[in-house]
Write a protein that binds this ligand. Sequence first.
Ligand SMILES: Cc1cc2nc3c(=O)[nH]c(=O)nc-3n(C[C@H](O)[C@H](O)[C@H](O)COP(=O)(O)O)c2cc1C
Length: 254
Amino acid sequence: MPHTEPIYEHPYPPAELEARHPFRELDFVEYPPGEMSERAAAFEALMSRRRSPRLFSDRPVPRELIESAIRTAATAPSGAHRQPWRFVATESAAVKAAIRAAAEEEERVNYLESRMNDEWQEALAPIGTDHHKEFLQIAPWIVVLFEERFERRPDGETRKNYYVKESVGIAAGMFIAALHNMGLATLTHTPSPMVFLTRVLGRPDNERPFVMFPIGYPLPGVKVPDFARKPLDQVMVTVTEPHSASLERGDDHG
Ligand SMILES: Cc1cc2nc3c(=O)[nH]c(=O)nc-3n(C[C@H](O)[C@H](O)[C@H](O)COP(=O)(O)O)c2cc1C
């Protein structure tokens, strides 16, 4: 049976909307089912090899690759299409040295002066992180992803952004995937509190550091914790009927 598409009672965009705002047809590429499975398996295999190394080589990485990863990340969906992200990139030895020094200072307080509580320290024990952050100076690039809490327009007016953390988190994931896909490694690094990054990188007050990414080739032979990932049945739940409590409340909106 050939597939027939549903007819919508409420088409999108409604004509009045399209009269006021531009729309264009979605550029969607469909693959034959066999190719879909192959692509899915290949991407899953690729992504399952992603790890976060904590020792990087100092081998240079061309700027074009970093730019491509940022352009890819910036294709992320965002609340009200506000694109509330800034990727602040540096390969400057002086900037990386300043970032390392400030990060080590914060991490010294976290690890050696017990700013991290026992439960947190215990969670980190199998990873064995400490306050030494040499890799921040050695990796050829550092990209700090800032969230734009609100937009500051050229006339000084401000404009609210929506779902900033969700949007920036998705962009971060796409950035990591893009780097991994091109054969680069990164560590998701959050030496908190990270306000020092605003200072060292001279960023405006409407931006807040979200996560820092040292980027490069892993040091040959580097080790990573021998972690297993949760299998599908621990991360996926399938629901086949509305939960009885929701029926009692009459929930019917998505
Ligand atoms: C939001 C976030 C913050 C993280 N912060 C740090 C960090 O500050 N230092 C560090 O060594 N690893 C950090 N990590 C990396 C995790 O420890 C790592 O992703 C986890 O152990 C799984 O290992 P994998 O990335 O190799 O799969 C962070 C990861 C995430 C997602």
